[in-house]
Design a binder for this molecule. Structure first.
Ligand code: NG1
Ligand code: ZN
Length: 533
């Protein structure tokens, strides 16, 4: 059993002086360092499947919004969630074994300590984004899977959320699941969300054209396929930044991360005032909207604006359907604009939970609600429905035609939403539907509340591990004394708020600030940055 692993692993040697860590987004780095890591992730994926009695595990090869030279790999658990946290350490342990012998020893240690029956057939599905380094990394992965006799299916190029969807579909085909999540094919994905969209738009004004910047990544061909499935009459999308055959253009001057951090239009987008625009990131799991105001000012509608729109719509729909016992709530991180939090609690009257950065934390917290809406400010998020919500929505009896129609819409909404993970394509259709129902353009949506001026800066420090936080990363406990200094600075600004935390994906500390005036928010960020260096 072990010699095939050694033989296969010799083709994917570990770079000597590197230490790898499974972070918030899996392993992510320069693609030329990733070969051995992906091979070892393959071994772990097979073990994870065996540990879970042969359930299907997903492996996605992508580096999302990172530069084209980077790549990454992450594992998807059976219901389409991120890998269970305790297994991240096993991934790190395999990735850092210095040689083949150590790798096999660690692999066997996992088998015995986790009591894994290796005669259980393993099943893994895999996909990649459009990066040039993808195909070679897939070979590393399949070499590993072959060496341990795991069965695998390579789905080629997909968006990250499509792979999560497929994993969930494949694992819900059999009892105890009463109904599969959807057809386990790419086509099945378009069918499920596309028909839900069409249903929700019945009798509603047809949305006008929307321009979508696809970051020159996988979102471009997939959005085209989705748009073809739905049809131009009800989904009139103009796709820009779709140069997937020019890998160096990926995420360059475009994409959701560019728009959110630069707070401006991607240069390739030529749009008329008040026209709806959106950007996806490089693997199509983030979405932000924006528009140019009548005077040309750029207006961003970020993850917070999407979360508030979705939460208000679901609340209304649940109420209109005559359902009274489902709890709707919103999950955010410390990066959510203070105005959005105030709007959710005061205007919408909904509870808000704040979690540390990273969607796995938000997702987990969202399961505490019946309809849990979660979004990071950068546009990554979705809605999760509890078991009770699914049952109630499926079985509720309406008492009037109005209730019946709201209930139909609620059912279609559940189909439209990719519960497994934040999904830019599904979220895009969701926002389009809500705007059509509310008869809103981007300006009406934007005017629900006004963002407090804010600033996010990246600070290079000697050792970011020295920064330890509490209270959902809003307060520093270490280094000693720093939080007191931040507090005293914050106290000097009207509506001031600021925090510093170590990034989980980059070697830096991030400082975020808000204040009543733009200049003050910027000054506060600068002063806090001075305190942390
Ligand atoms: P870090 O580098 O830990 O701040 C960033 C984003 C997160 C999340 C992760 C994973 C910000 C401020 N941080 O995390 O929201 O998306 O990357 O990709 O946007
Ligand atoms: Zn992404």
């Amino acid at each position: 059993m072990t010699s095939p692993i050694i033989e296969a692993s010799q083709k994917h040697p570990k770079p000597e002086d590197k230490t790898f860590g499974y972070g918030t987004a899996g392993f992510r780095m320069k693609a030329n360092l990733l070969d051995s890591v992906v091979f070892r992730v393959g071994l772990l994926a097979a073990l994870r499947s065996q540990k879970l009695n042969g359930k299907t595990i997903g492996v996605m090869i992508t580096a999302s919004h990172n530069v084209p030279e980077d790549n990454g790999v992450k594992l998807v658990d059976p219901m389409g969630e991120m890998l269970e946290a305790s297994w991240e350490a096993y991934a790190t342990s395999l990735a850092n074994a210095q040689n083949e012998e150590e790798l096999v020893a660690r692999y066997e240690h996992l088998i015995s300590s986790l009591k894994i029956n290796t005669s259980t057939p393993a099943h893994v599905i895999l996909a990649k984004d459009t990066r040039e380094s993808g195909p070679a990394l897939v070979t590393a992965l399949t070499d590993a899977l072959t060496s341990v006799g795991a069965k695998y299916d390579d789905y080629g190029i997909l968006t990250t959320p499509q792979l999560h969807y497929l994993v969930r579909c494949l694992n819900t085909q059999h009892p105890p699941h009463t109904e599969p999540y959807g057809e386990p094919t790419e086509e099945g994905y378009y069918k499920k969300i596309g028909s839900a969209y069409a249903k929700l738009l019945q009798g509603k004004p047809r949305p006008g054209p929307i321009t979508v910047d696809c970051a020159n990544g996988v979102g471009a061909p997939k959005l085209k396929a989705l748009a073809e499935y739905i049809g131009k009459e009800i989904f009139d999308v103009k796709i820009v930044n779709d140069l997937v055959d020019q890998p160096s253009k990926l995420n360059y001057q475009c994409g959701a991360d560019f728009v959110k951090t630069q707070q401006r239009l991607p240069p390739a987008s030529q749009v008329s005032p008040l026209a709806r625009c959106a950007s996806l990131d490089g693997d199509a799991d983030r979405l932000v909207y924006y528009f140019a105001d009548s005077d040309g000012t750029f207006r961003l509608l970020d993850g917070d604006k999407i979360a508030t729109l979705v939460a208000s719509f679901i609340t209304d729909l649940v109420k209109s359907a005559g359902i009274s016992d489902l709890k709707v709530g919103v999950v955010q991180t410390a990066y959510a604009n203070g105005s959005s939090t105030a709007y959710i609690t005061k205007t919408l009257g909904l509870p808000v939970i704040c979690t540390p950065t990273g969607v796995k934390h938000l997702h987990h917290a969202a399961t505490k609600f019946d309809c849990g809406v979660y979004f990071e400010a950068n546009g990554h998020g979705t809605v999760v429905f509890s078991h009770a919500a699914h049952t109630t929505i499926a079985s509720h009896s309406p008492e009037s035609p109005a209730q019946a129609s709201a209930l139909e819409n609620l059912r279609a909404l559940v189909d439209l939403i990719n519960e497994a993970v934040g999904d830019a394509l599904s979220d895009l259709l969701l926002v389009e539907v809500i705007l059509a129902h509310k008869r809103w353009g981007p300006k009406e949506w934007d005017s629900t509340y006004t963002d407090l001026p804010n600033r996010l800066v990246r600070v290079e420090v000697k050792d970011r591990t020295a920064f330890k936080t509490t209270d959902a990363e809003r307060k520093l406990v270490e280094p000693a004394g720093v939080q007191e200094k931040i507090d005293s600075l914050v106290g000097k600004y009207k509506q001031g708020r600021a925090f510093a935390r170590a990034s989980g994906t980059e070697d830096a500390v991030r400082v975020y600030s808000e204040a009543a005036e733009r200049g003050e928010a910027e000054e506060l960020a600068r002063l806090v940055a001075d305190v942390v260096v």
